[in-house]
Ligand binder design. Structure first.
Ligand SMILES: NC(=O)C1=CN([C@@H]2O[C@H](COP(=O)(O)OP(=O)(O)OC[C@H]3O[C@@H](n4cnc5c(N)ncnc54)[C@H](O)[C@@H]3O)[C@@H](O)[C@H]2O)C=CC1
Ligand SMILES: O=C(O)[C@H]1O[C@H](OP(=O)(O)OP(=O)(O)OC[C@H]2O[C@@H](n3ccc(=O)[nH]c3=O)[C@H](O)[C@@H]2O)[C@H](O)[C@@H](O)[C@@H]1O
Length: 452
């Protein structure tokens, strides 16, 4: 007799990680994706996304014949459990677009065996799991909410070592089946109703966004009053009730999920008649953060936060939405680049990984494969993603290549003292001397460009 089959629909960050990890835990897994070329590659062990350990687990699963990749959803006829890992992008007016999910459910309705459990791993608005059951129209196939909390760049680790596993269903038998999938993992399991599970996922991402907007707003205050956000953050982080994570200021938060999920949660609140002003402000601070970065760049290269960037050559270091991923979707780096480009700057960019996922519009940015080329004849460098290797660049050489050695370090990655010795004038975020003046006065300590 063959082992029971687990089906996974969608071979993206969540689906492929789920597939590979469940196979690693000893299951037979069939992963279905509509993208034929992705499926062909995966059959040969070619993993299209950069996630540590993922290619190894896919290779292990293929070698053990526990893994199958296909475009044919009808192969899920024998599956005991089918996990939906489909995209739920930001749709019109910020509402989650569930069209892919809905069409997949329509297709699965005629395929799944009686008693199969459908697991909603996609991030979906409250009520979607219940509605998915109706769309499926199969009283013999329960649908369970089981949101995923993994981070890109840590997907395999986070799947195998989750902080918690949430199983949202009123159906005890279906819940047991889903809990069983994770039996080998050492993590607390929380059984909830489907609505609470769905909302908890959005609430988690929105809280992370809130923490980041708080620290970015705090960084602005630090600049104005002469405090150092790094020191303030260390003090905050040592309070167990606050915790040290997500306290690093930056160019704003992005990625494929925080922006769409805050937006979808706002729409949910609106529809429920709740004025979630705190969350609206969280998003507004994030938009303002990009503008602050652009003002810092203007000031660093022209001496005034209102100086013109028309025709000014700028080098960008980093394009992905954070370090450790190749994902460009909703990258704050790209948002800042777009603003700079709109202001007339001529942009050259280097990123060690960008390009693997997302396919955003990079028009107007000259991509180079050598970080030193971004400095050539540049009026300044803007560091946008916290790739650690940027610290190890030969900054003296970069200074020699640049027209004007001003660096705006939106991640506080570089050590200003070390840089100073190589001729650079460093502007960070939220540290003394980084003052940003929206009124365009030029700053208490005079234009940076004059201090070279
Ligand atoms: N990316 C992340 O870090 C996390 C994402 N999530 C959520 O998980 C869900 C999936 O996100 P990602 O994995 O990032 O998406 P993704 O965009 O990386 O992958 C989605 C995959 O689904 C495939 N697909 C599209 N339509 C299909 C169909 N009808 N049948 C089969 N395959 C189809 C696509 O070809 C693609 O391979 C979303 O709801 C997201 O919010 C949750 C936690 C973490
Ligand atoms: O639902 C999702 O898709 C996932 O969204 C986020 O994961 P991810 O998108 O991989 O990105 P994060 O690591 O959360 O980073 C988000 C943004 O915040 C920024 N960030 C993060 C931390 C920090 O201290 N400072 C900071 O600016 C990052 O640079 C990035 O732009 C959540 O962390 C995951 O738990 C969740 O599962």
């Amino acid at each position: 007799m063959r082992d029971p089959v687990i089906g996974v629909v969608g071979a993206g960050y969540v689906g492929l990680t789920t597939t590979a990890c469940l196979a690693h835990l000893g299951n037979r897994v069939i992963c279905v994706d509509v993208d034929g070329s992705k499926v062909d590659g995966l059959r040969h062990g070619e993993v299209p996304i950069a996630e540590p350990g993922l290619a190894e687990l896919v290779a292990e699963g293929l070698a053990a014949r526990r893994l199958e990749f296909t475009t044919d959803a009808s192969t899920l006829g024998d599956a005991e459990v089918v996990l939906l890992c489909l995209p739920t992008p930001m749709g019109e007016a910020g509402v989650a677009d569930l069209s892919v999910l809905e069409s997949a459910l329509g297709e699965l309705a005629g395929v799944l065996a009686p008693g199969c459990v459908v697991v909603m791993k996609s991030t979906v608005p409250v009520g979607t799991t219940a509605r998915a059951g109706e769309l499926l129209g199969r009283s013999d196939v329960p649908v369970v909410s089981n949101p995923e909390f993994l981070r890109e760049g840590h997907a395999v680790h986070d799947f195998l070592h989750p902080d918690r596993i949430v199983v949202g269903t009123e159906d005890t038998g279906a819940a047991a089946r889903v809990v069983g999938l994770y039996a080998a993992l050492d993590a607390p399991v929380l059984r909830t109703d489907p609505a609470s599970a769905e909302l908890a996922k959005y609430a988690s991402n929105a809280f992370l966004a809130l923490k980041l907007s708080y620290v970015n707003a705090l960084a602005e205050l630090c600049e104005r009053v002469g405090a150092d956000v790094r020191a303030v953050g260390r003090v905050l982080g040592l309070d167990n009730r606050i915790g040290p994570a997500f306290l690093a200021p930056g160019p704003g938060w992005g990625g494929s999920c925080l922006p769409k999920d805050t937006s979808a949660l706002l729409r949910t609140a609106e529809a429920a008649g709740v004025d979630f002003g705190l969350l609206r402000e969280t998003v507004a601070v994030n938009v303002a953060q990009r503008e602050r970065v652009v003002r810092k760049v203007r000031r660093a290269v022209t001496g005034s936060p209102r100086g013109s960037l028309a025709g000014v050559r700028l080098g960008l270091l980093g394009l992905t939405f954070k370090a450790g991923t190749d994902d460009l979707r909703h990258s704050p780096a790209l948002a800042v680049a777009a603003e700079l480009s709109r202001a007339g700057a001529v942009l050259t960019a280097y990123d060690p990984r960008a390009g693997g996922a997302g396919h955003p519009d990079l028009d107007g940015i000259a991509l180079v494969d050598d970080p030193y080329l971004v400095a050539k004849d540049a009026a300044g460098i803007v560091l946008l993603t916290e790739w650690p290797e940027f610290r190890d660049l030969d900054w003296a050489t970069l200074a020699a290549l640049a027209d004007h050695a001003a660096v705006v370090d939106t991640r506080n990655l570089l050590d200003p003292d070390t840089l100073c010795g190589t001729g650079w004038v460093h502007t960070g975020i939220g540290t003394p001397g980084d003052q940003d003046e929206p009124d365009g006065t030029g700053g208490a300590d005079g234009p940076r460009a004059d201090r070279r």
